[in-house]
Write a protein that binds this ligand. Structure first.
Ligand SMILES: [Zn+2]
Length: 236
C-alpha cells in the first residue's frame, strides 16, 4: 500500500501539535485524511481544516478520571478515540462555510415562494454540551435573478448549521444569513422548533417542551400578504 503525502491545508492543525510521539507519521496522516473524508461525507463540502483528535482523546480521558471512572476500564477504553471520530461528524459544521453548501445554485426565473418544511436536525447546546433536536422550516422568495437552489441543499444547509456547539437562536439566524448571501433572495423566513435535553435531563426538567425561534427578513417581514402566504404554507 502506498501512502501519498497530504497537501498542506490552510488553517489545519499543525502536525506536531496533534501527533502522539509514538504515532507513525504515516498512520497520523491517514487518520487526518479519514477525518477529512468523514467531514466531507456529512457536509458535502471539502473541509478547510481538521480537529485535534489527540487533544479530544486526552480531554475525554480526563473527564472520566474527574468523575472517578477508570479510563482504562475495558468498556470505555476505546471511548476517547470513538468520541474524537464522532466529533468529526457532529461538529463537522465548524470545518466548512455553510454558504459553500449552496454554492451550486441555478437561475430558474422562478419568483414564487420556495419552502421546505420539517427538516430534521440534531445539534449540541453550547452551554451544556447536550443535544437539542428538532425541525427547521425554511422559505425564501427568489431575487430578481430568480436564483434558486436544490431542495436537498436546503436540508444540507440546516444540517451544517446544526453540526456545531451552538444556540438555537444563532443557528436560526445562520441559516437565514447563508441563504441571503448565496441566493440574494427578496425574502427569507426560517422557523426552528426544538427540544432541549439540557431542559429535559436537568434544570427545570420540562419534558417535551418545544422552543420556537424564527428569523424573518425582506419581503416576508415587510409585505403582510407575502408573510401570510408563507405562514399559511408553513401550517398547511
Ligand atoms: Zn443548554
Amino acid at each position: 500500500m502506498t501512502v501519498h503525502p497530504l497537501p498542506p491545508v490552510p488553517g489545519a492543525v499543525h502536525e506536531d501539535a496533534s501527533m502522539d510521539e509514538h504515532d507513525e507519521p504515516e498512520a497520523h496522516a491517514l487518520g487526518v485524511e479519514a477525518a477529512r473524508r468523514r467531514v466531507q461525507h456529512v457536509t458535502g463540502v471539502e473541509p478547510s481544516s481538521s480537529f485535534d483528535h489527540e487533544k479530544i482523546e486526552r480531554a475525554v480521558r480526563l473527564l472520566f478520571e474527574a468523575i472517578g471512572e477508570d479510563p482504562d476500564r475495558p468498556g470505555i477504553a476505546d471511548t476517547p478515540a470513538r468520541v474524537a471520530r464522532e466529533y468529526d461528524e457532529i461538529f463537522a459544521g465548524l470545518l466548512v462555510d455553510p454558504v459553500d453548501v449552496l454554492s451550486v445554485s441555478f437561475e430558474e426565473a422562478y419568483d414564487e415562494i420556495v419552502m421546505m418544511r420539517d427538516i430534521e436536525f440534531h445539534s449540541m447546546c453550547e452551554h451544556h454540551l447536550v443535544p437539542f433536536t428538532g425541525r427547521a422550516h425554511v422559505a425564501y422568495l427568489p431575487g430578481p435573478a430568480g436564483r434558486v437552489t436544490g431542495l436537498s441543499k436546503l436540508a444540507r444547509l440546516v444540517d451544517v448549521c446544526a453540526k456545531r456547539p451552538g444556540l438555537q437562536e444563532r443557528m436560526t439566524a445562520m441559516i437565514a444569513d447563508s441563504l441571503e448571501t448565496a441566493l440574494e433572495p427578496r425574502g427569507v423566513m426560517v422557523v426552528v422548533e426544538a427540544r432541549h435535553f439540557c431542559m429535559e435531563m436537568r434544570g427545570i426538567r420540562k419534558a417535551g417542551a418545544e422552543t420556537v425561534t424564527s428569523t424573518v427578513r425582506g419581503r416576508f417581514r415587510d409585505d403582510p400578504k407575502t408573510r401570510t402566504e408563507a405562514l399559511t404554507l408553513l401550517r398547511s
